[in-house]
Ligand binder design. Structure first.
Ligand code: NAD
Ligand code: ZN
Length: 419
């Protein structure tokens, strides 16, 4: 039977070489799939116009601290407004790391993963367009954003500046009867009323970076409200993790060139330059904030920064950053997605006397989400190596390993990529 099925596969898919190079586990898996398809088992009847949909799907459920179990759930019947998406990949976010370690949002058991993307394989009859008005169809590549359960009137073009606070997000929804609520899975059920975007014109890596990049589009929009950020501004970006690096890429893509990156890791600072920073400062080479401030000044050719983005979760880094900014300059603090403790600053020297304009930034709005798609295209067009941000890729069944790699800080963005 196995030989028969392999022969059948070779004939149907004409993939002689790739099949010959597969290991026996791969062959066995494909054989099982083919046999079940030949016998007509294992697949739910496909809705009209839809692709073949299996009866069940795997999802990685965080069942206890620091442990995911891969569970199999039935794929439920879709309502008229629902969409079934076959997941292609999903980034591991700092929020997932917090959930994995401590479950601060009390979500366990939960299917996490909110930086995901995939292909529409089935949809209800009422679904015609995405949240930006673009047509949606089977085969389109999509991402989800927020679900405004309590305020369904909020739309993408609503200028009330409401950010994701108060909205639900797939990948951070407690388990329910549907189970397929997060992107660390084979399939996700996107329910009517959710925001969803057709991003078929972006490659997989760019689509995985949409969610974190939207954080920076929002931060730069917030920074622009100060009126201080200009094309020729000297901009300091403190912290060169994925958030700081994306910050540099957004600034560079919008035409700001005089950027100094600050971090303690030379490898990250090198990457900051690839992302568009003109110069970099390793804070570990300086003793005390006065010396570090001189270092930042030198990096700008003898000037302090006109504007600074704070992209670390360190209260000390928050306190330091005021020193790097000139009188009349501006600051966008976005490094504290969650509470990281108190920072000590001197309100007279750091804010009043220098007349610093400060804005906070937290996640994004739906409108920022749509802006992000264009940013990703432009960044690619000017040759910024955004795809290099994804340093590690794991299959779904290695999700525990993926999270451990993330926690070990070996890479930048870790992603789960489905076969
Ligand atoms: N505003 C938001 O909505 C939002 C969204 C996502 C993440 N965040 C926050 O952004 C922060 C950065 O996220 P990330 O994924 O890039 O994290 P990360 O931990 O990968 O990067 C932080 C970087 O800061 C550097 N750093 C630490 N202390 C420093 C100091 N004193 N001076 C200079 N650099 C220092 C580290 O070496 C590291 O490279 C996190 O704290 C996260 O909570 C905010
Ligand atoms: Zn995220």
């Amino acid at each position: 039977m196995q030989n028969l099925a392999v022969a059948y596969l070779k004939k149907v898919f004409d993939r002689k070489e790739s099949i010959n190079s597969m290991n026996s586990a791969d062959v066995e898996k494909i054989v099982k799939q083919v046999i079940s398809q030949m016998q007509g088992t294992g697949s739910a009847p496909a809705p009209t116009g839809a692709k073949t949909v299996p009866a069940t799907a795997r999802a990685a459920v965080l069942t206890k601290l620091e442990h995911y179990d891969i569970k199999e759930f039935p794929i439920p019947a879709l309502g008229d407004d629902d969409i079934l998406v076959k997941v292609e990949g999903c980034g591991v976010c700092g929020t997932d790391a917090h959930e994995f370690k401590r479950d601060p949002f009390g979500l366990i058991p939960v299917v996490l993963g909110h930086e995901g993307t995939g292909e529409i394989v089935a949809m209800g009859k009422n679904v015609k367009k995405d949240s930006a008005g673009k047509p949606l169809g089977i085969g389109d590549k999509v991402v989800t954003s927020m679900i405004f359960k309590d305020n369904p009137d909020i739309t993408m073009y609503d200028m009330n500046k409401q950010n994701v606070g108060g909205a639900d997000v797939y990948g951070l929804i407690p388990d329910d009867d549907i189970h397929l609520n997060g992107w660390f899975a084979d399939y996700i059920v996107v329910r009517g009323g959710s925001s969803i975007f057709n991003v078929s014109d972006l490659d997989l890596d760019s689509r995985i970076l949409i969610e974190p990049a939207a954080v920076l589009i929002h931060a730069v929009e917030r920074a622009k409200t100060t009126g201080i950020l200009r094309f020729n501004s000297r901009v300091a970006v403190q912290g060169c993790g994925p958030i700081g690096l994306l910050c540099i890429a957004v600034l560079r893509t919008m035409g700001i060139e005089n950027i100094v990156a600050i971090d303690g890791e030379d490898k990250r600072l090198q990457f900051a330059k690839e992302m568009g920073a003109e110069n970099s400062v390793n804070f570990k080479n300086y003793k005390g904030v006065e010396a570090l401030t001189e270092g930042v000044k030198d990096a700008f050719g003898g000037y302090l920064a006109d504007f600074a983005f704070q992209c670390t979760g360190s209260p000390i880094a928050h306190a330091n950053i005021y020193k790097f900014i000139r009188s009349g300059g501006g600051l966008c603090e976005l490094g504290f997605f969650i509470n990281g403790g108190d920072a000590t600053i001197n309100p007279h020297f750091d804010i009043c006397a220098k007349e610093i304009t400060t804005v906070g930034s937290w996640v994004y709005t739906l409108r920022d989400y749509a802006t992000t798609f264009d940013f990703l295209k432009r960044a690619k067009a000017i040759g910024l190596p955004l795809n290099k941000l994804i340093t590690h890729r794991f299959p779904l069944d290695k999700i525990n390993e993926a999270h451990e790699t993330n926690l070990s800080m070996q890479g930048l963005k870790i992603a789960i990529i489905n076969e």
